[in-house]
Design a protein around this ligand. Structure first.
Ligand code: GLN
Length: 486
């Protein structure tokens, strides 16, 4: 077994026992990147030289253990001091932030070795990473398929062994859906649990930062480092942060699990449904009580999201005007033309579509009919969850409606692309936590299983996810990338 194949937990222990050095660990990841990155294309920017320096400094200061000395990647919408942060957009192609996002800063102070910035859909708008303004990323399980999105680079890099873990963001499913497509673990924490400071805003009332890892324990370890109050984010929660690894092995005897019938209905592939139904039997075997339940307003989640998210995006993205940030069309004849042509050229088609949608929904005369109505429906969706959690500790569903599709297959069919997030969006609208873990395989492609819980139930979710992971061992299956052993 090569070093890069170990989990965060294992490599952390090996580092702490001084069996390996931070530079040896980094060398293994760097070599892996060198061998597979041309096939996967997960990184927009590699920072291996800085990483080498960090590893050397950590060794010199003898700061090893926990996350210290372990290579990771950061989604390219999280600001990294001195390292360009593009949001996979030509608009920010040369933007170098003068500060770190809080979550990045916390990882760095835990000794993380950042090896690069990961590809994504432009400004996190998309479900396949095909909307990246630079290039698409490939799914390590089948290079002709998408890795999901918008955090496709993050999920693919973790699955391919290029990094031990990644930090990403989720607005409507962008951590969970790519984790599902790439057979890894992805958690969207409770809204406000991880600071959004330094995360380039898409839809501020939905955006959350979270980890993508290969195992549930690794997810808990990264959560330990990134969660907690931050005075730089006004929506940051002032709550104590527990040790998420504590009692993770406790088991789930007596845990009450509901499966919402609306998440197993039309639009969800038969094979995916069957795989998750089978997984539910596993949870019963492990001692949980599993029952069908209902979230009656689920069908309105998608249209509600596609009013609220673009509305917030149209406002958040107004700052990219050629004056304050990034790209500027230098050939425009006057100021008005400079604003409009900068935005027309700097943004890709999906971003432009969202800005137009949002501007329309917020415009006077339509505000009440669309935006205000969407806010009301959002409340109903949240209340569905509140009611369900009176009876159940957690809810379980498939993460996505299908397994990974082929690159290009849905590019022209926007509605199908939007519908992919049908099962992850309600959680985002409700602000509750959820995790996607490998739930089985269909035709050699991973199927994601989603666990959802009430606000701040991360520990329960991780415990349940851990019990299932250990009982099935799905996390031990890894994609074969090097058939000829090169
Ligand atoms: N796929 C969804 C969208 O395109 C969600 C993206 C996200 O979570 N950032 O908006």
């Amino acid at each position: 077994m090569e070093l890069y194949q170990h989990t965060v937990q294992e490599i952390g222990e090996m580092l702490a026992r001084r069996e390996v050095t931070a530079r040896e660990v980094l060398a293994s990841s760097a070599e892996r990147i060198g061998r597979v990155e041309n096939k996967i294309q997960a990184f927009i920017t590699l920072t291996l030289e800085e990483a080498e320096k960090t590893a050397r400094d950590l060794e010199a200061r003898d700061e090893i253990g926990g996350l210290a000395g372990i290579p990771c990647g950061i989604k390219d919408n999280l600001c990294t001091r001195g390292v360009r942060t593009t949001c996979a957009s030509e608009m920010l192609e040369n933007f170098v932030p003068p500060y770190d996002a809080t979550a990045v800063k916390r990882l760095k102070s835990a000794g993380a070795v950042v090896v690069g910035k990961l590809n994504m859909d432009e400004f996190a708008m998309g479900s396949s990473t095909e909307n990246s303004g630079f290039f698409p990323t490939h799914n390590p399980w089948d290079l002709t398929r998408v890795p999901g999105g918008s955090s496709g680079g993050a999920a693919a890099a973790v699955a391919a062994g290029e990094v031990y873990y990644a930090l990403a963001s989720d607005t409507g499913g962008s951590i969970r859906q790519p984790a599902s497509f790439c057979g890894v673990v992805g958690m969207k924490p409770t809204y406000g649990l991880v600071s959004r400071f330094g995360l380039v805003a898409f839809a501020s009332s939905l955006d959350q930062v979270g980890p993508i890892t290969r195992t549930v324990t690794d997810c808990a370890l990264v959560m330990n480092a990134i969660c907690g109050h931050d005075s730089m984010d006004s929506t940051s929660l002032k709550v104590p942060v527990p040790d998420y690894t504590k009692d993770i092995q406790e088991g789930i005897k007596g845990l009450r699990i509901g499966f919402p019938r609306e998440y197993f209905q039309k639009g969800v592939d038969r094979g995916v449904k069957d795989t998750i139904m089978e997984a539910l039997f596993k949870f019963e075997e492990l001692g949980a009580v599993v029952e069908e339940t209902s979230l009656p307003h689920s069908e309105y989640a998608l249209p509600t999201y596609y009013i609220i998210a673009p509305s917030e995006a149209s406002s958040n993205l107004a700052r990219f005007d050629g004056v304050r940030y990034g790209y500027r069309d230098r050939y425009a004849q006057d100021t008005a033309e400079m604003f409009s042509s900068t935005r027309a050229r700097g943004f890709g088609p999906e971003v432009i579509r969202r800005v137009m949608l949002g501007t329309y929904a917020l415009s006077s005369g339509y505000y009440e009919a669309y935006y205000l109505k969407a806010l009301k429906v959002r409340r109903l969706i949240k209340e569905d969850f509140d009611r369900a959690f009176e009876q159940y500790d957690i809810l379980i569903s498939p993460t996505t409606t299908s397994t990974a599709f082929r690159i290009g297959e849905k590019a022209e069919d926007l509605l199908t692309m939007y519908m992919l997030d049908m099962l992850t969006i309600p959680v985002s609208l409700a602000g509750i936590p959820s995790i996607s873990i490998p739930g089985g395989f269909l035709n050699n492609l991973p199927v994601g299983l989603q666990l959802m819980g009430p606000p701040l139930s991360e520990r329960t979710l991780l415990k349940a996810a851990y019990a299932f992971e250990q009982a099935t061992g799905y996390h031990l299956r890894t994609p074969v990338l090097e058939v000829y052993g090169t």
